[in-house]
Design a protein around this ligand. Structure first.
Ligand code: GLN
Length: 257
């Protein structure tokens, strides 16, 4: 009889242990914010020498995760695979220099904006015929697939638009003179010019669009987007955002950002 009791207690302990074990596993899982990006968009997201993810967006999402008490796990996808990754539930959030727009609003829920951007043109340094978006009519233009740059370039009358996988690929195509221009986000073009010291290409014209970058979550996930917004507000108020901004852009954020 005593034996049976002992066995019973041991079995119960074991069962409880198993349950707690599962419980804590779930907790780790729940405390991880799974984030997708497209790490080819410096200075927002790129891979450092050892393959680590770096950039303004990466620092911002890590700071947001810290505020939320969540570990941030980053995965690297093609830009056009980011929205589907949210829709299928493979990731919880996307941060990828992604501009808020009406089309995407139908597919995802956006956080409050965290960076103000827009599109600009890059041409070869010896190009003297393209000075503005109007001059792009009938020209060949390289863009990154699935981006606002691609959407806008396709609206230009007579333009032949080449959609490539990354913004780095668009610069390569331009330098090889396979296209006459690149339409891409202004801060990415500017960072490329400064970091590469490349004198073979130049920026021309003004800014075509005014776009706001925001973090995307699965359509209707208001609980998560509210947590992200609260964390974003907190890091803006406590100076963390300004510190990260200064680290990547060398200046203090302006009022809009
Ligand atoms: N801001 C642009 C967009 O949202 C480009 C983003 C990117 O290439 N990472 O389409």
């Amino acid at each position: 009889m005593k034996k049976i009791w002992q066995f019973g207690i041991l079995a119960m302990l074991g069962f409880t242990f198993l349950l707690t074990g599962c419980g804590s596993n779930n907790k780790v899982e729940n405390n991880t914010l799974k984030v997708a990006t497209c790490a080819d968009f410096a200075p927002f997201e790129f891979q450092g020498k050892d393959g680590q993810y770096e950039g303004f967006d990466i620092d911002i999402i890590k700071a947001i995760g810290k505020e939320m008490g969540e570990k941030v796990e980053i995965s690297n996808l093609g830009f056009d695979a980011l929205v589907p990754a949210l829709q299928t539930g493979h990731v919880d959030a996307v941060i990828a220099g992604m501009s808020m727009n009406g089309e995407r609003d139908k597919a995802v829920t956006f956080s409050k904006p965290y960076y103000q951007s827009g599109l600009t043109i890059m041409v070869n340094a010896n190009n003297n015929s393209i000075h503005s978006f109007k001059d792009l009519e009938g020209k060949t233009i390289a863009v990154q697939i699935g981006t606002t740059g691609a959407t806008e370039a396709k609206k230009i009358p007579g333009a032949k638009v080449k959609e490539l996988n990354s913004s780095a690929d668009t610069f390569i195509e331009l330098k090889a003179h396979n296209v006459q221009a690149v339409v891409n986000d202004k801060p990415v073009n500017a960072y490329y010019m400064v970091e590469s010291g490349d004198k073979s290409i130049k920026r021309v014209g003004g800014q075509l669009t005014s776009e706001n970058y925001a973090i995307a979550v699965k359509k209707g996930n208001t609980e998560l987007v509210e947590k992200i917004n609260k964390a974003l507000e907190k890091i803006k108020a406590d100076g963390t955002y300004a510190k990260i901004y200064k680290k990547w852009f060398g200046v203090e954020p302006s009022a809009e950002n």
